[in-house]
Write a protein that binds this ligand. Structure first.
Ligand SMILES: [Zn+2]
Length: 277
């Protein structure tokens, strides 16, 4: 499942391509995504201009000129392709479910083989959107600091891995970047929340921001062109230090340890038992 950096990279690609453009038509091939696309979707967005593109957690947001917002969640396997409508008409591919045409000749194509993703419309303030109600703070916002994290974990008997995976505590983190951040600050994923000091929270917060920013920066450089905004993204595997590196020598300079894998709440967790305490 894509995590925050991948979605942020997709957002940047979309922004570059459709910001300021108006929607001239919408084709829907399948409405039965994870949640069905509502019946008046096409009508609500027709002739509306994209005034902004945003992201909240792993949701993409298109702010339209009629004060509605398109929400798009890529689910497990969703991808967005941006294609220029040329003389040769775009031929829909297998699992293309929706195509939005813009007045700058670009097409935004939503493709999703497993259909766990979905598209909805918010009328009015998106902050009131029901699916955002229980989503925690954005990890790259200023509000996400040592005090905030400490307040969430100082009484918790859960492991750090489980706490950080909890979308109510912090938004958009998943299996990959939780492992990466904990390795970066040398704290083991099985550490219990209430055993963390404020200083350690400070280190952890800094590492979360660092690994996310690094991945976004790298994602931006892998976005070679607009045609494969979703398709080119995937995970930035070659930049990962610990995730998926089971059995390999620890990447940290002087550490002689090796990366191990444990299962926490059914999910693989990677860490180095030698340098993460
Ligand atoms: Zn190590």
């Amino acid at each position: 499942m894509p995590e925050l950096p991948e979605i942020e990279t997709v957002k940047l690609g979309i922004e570059k391509t459709v910001l300021g453009s108006a929607i001239i038509s919408t084709k829907i091939f399948r409405r039965d995504l994870r949640f069905p696309i509502e019946e008046n979707f096409e009508k609500l967005i027709l002739k509306k201009r994209v005034l902004g593109v945003g992201r909240r957690s792993k949701y993409l947001l298109f702010f339209l000129s009629n004060k509605t917002t398109i929400v798009l969640h890529l689910g497990m396997s969703g991808r967005i392709n941006l294609s220029r409508e040329s003389k040769n008409k775009y031929k829909p591919k297998k699992h293309d479910h929706l195509i939005i045409s813009f007045d700058n000749q670009f097409l935004l194509i939503y493709n999703d083989p497993r259909r766990f993703g979905f598209i909805e419309i918010i009328e009015g303030d998106y902050a009131d959107y029901q699916r955002f109600k229980y989503i925690g703070i954005e990890p790259l916002s200023k509000k996400f600091d040592k005090q905030h994290l400490w307040s969430k974990i100082k009484n918790s008997s859960r492991s750090l891995k489980n706490i950080l995976m909890d979308q109510k505590v912090v938004a958009g983190l998943g299996n990959i970047y939780v492992s990466e951040a904990l390795w970066d600050c040398r704290i083991k994923p099985t550490r219990i929340g209430k055993k963390m000091s404020l200083i350690e929270c400070e280190r952890l917060v800094a590492s979360i921001k660092k690994v996310l920013n690094k991945a976004i920066k790298f994602g931006g450089t892998t976005l070679k062109d607009f045609r494969q905004v979703g398709g080119e993204v995937g995970y930035f595997q070659n930049k990962l230090q610990v995730y998926g590196k089971e059995g390999q020598a620890c990447f940290r300079g002087k550490c002689r340890g090796a990366v191990g894998k444990i299962i926490i709440s059914g999910r693989s967790t990677f860490y180095c038992a030698t340098c993460q305490k």
